[in-house]
Design a protein around this ligand. Structure first.
Ligand code: ATP
Ligand code: MG
Length: 237
């Protein structure tokens, strides 16, 4: 059974259709990338999946359940985690506390030992920054922190909005490794302009343009697809 299904999922802003009747089916453990030029509707799609914005039409099903009317907190509790296009953390909390709080929030506010949070920071290369306030981190470090925070919630579906944006080459390699090493049962939905990361990680790639579905295929199919070249032609990507 598919873990995530969208049915005619639509979001309008006035006369602009940011996402137009999108049907997606994603299998458990799948690594799905969604690509497309600026303004294709990728972030709008993730916002609707995370419950941050309401669709104008259509449905979202997660793990057999219709979650269209669920808010973000309820979706997070079901196991939907996300990383924003602009990284977000509590600026006045330390790096470690941000991860610990994110983990505790997932467990309904129950605080646990700091061990899992310390281990996550280590995996993301942030161990040396555990005691530093998040407000003092660089953009790249903040991005790694947000990934640690999302993983602290032990998501079953992880929505990633341009996780590689603004990373240094070293940070990029670490991110690719962390995502590659996620447990195979975690489903990934990766929105990314860095096609090297997309092709390194994704099993299946879906292309959008101007809110419209263009095509879905394997990385090899997408790489040579005429439709994809057309979708990007004349667009700034
Ligand atoms: N709050 C909003 N109000 C009005 N229009 C919006 C709003 N949010 C998004 N849009 C429009 O919806 C369309 C899709 O935007 P979206 O941010 O989803 O694109 P994207 O694929 O994530 O682009 P990018 O690659 O630049 O991040 C764009 O035309 C955008 O201007
Ligand atoms: Mg976006």
């Amino acid at each position: 059974m598919d873990i995530l299904i969208t049915e005619a999922l639509t979001r309008r802003y006035g006369s602009l259709v940011a996402v137009d009747r999108l049907d997606l089916r994603i299998a458990p453990g799948e690594r799905r990338a969604v690509i497309g030029p600026n303004g294709a509707g990728k972030t709008t799609l993730l916002d609707m999946l995370a419950g941050a914005i309401r669709p104008s039409g259509g449905r979202v099903r997660f793990d057999g359940r219709d979650i269209t009317g669920y808010g973000p907190a309820r979706r997070a509790r079901l196991g939907i985690g996300r990383i924003h296009q602009r990284p977000a953390a509590w600026a006045s909390l330390t790096t470690l506390d941000n991860v610990a709080v994110a983990g505790a929030r997932h467990r309904g506010g129950v605080r646990q030992s700091r061990r899992p949070a310390v281990e996550l920071l280590d995996r993301l290369g942030l161990a040396d920054l555990a005691g530093v306030e998040a407000g003092r981190l660089s953009h790249g470090q903040l991005r790694q922190l947000e990934i640690a925070m999302a993983l602290a919630g032990e998501p079953r579906l992880l929505l990633l909005d341009e996780p590689a944006a603004g990373l240094s080459p070293v940070e990029f390699e670490r991110l690719a490794e962390v995502l590659r090493d996620l447990p195979s049962e975690v489903t990934l939905l990766l929105v990314e302009h860095r096609l090297d990361l997309v092709y390194a990680l994704a099993d299946v790639v879906t292309v959008l343009r101007d809110g419209q579905y263009v095509v879905t295929g394997t990385p090899d199919e997408i790489r040579v697809s005429h439709a994809v070249r057309q979708a990007y032609s004349g667009a700034v990507a």
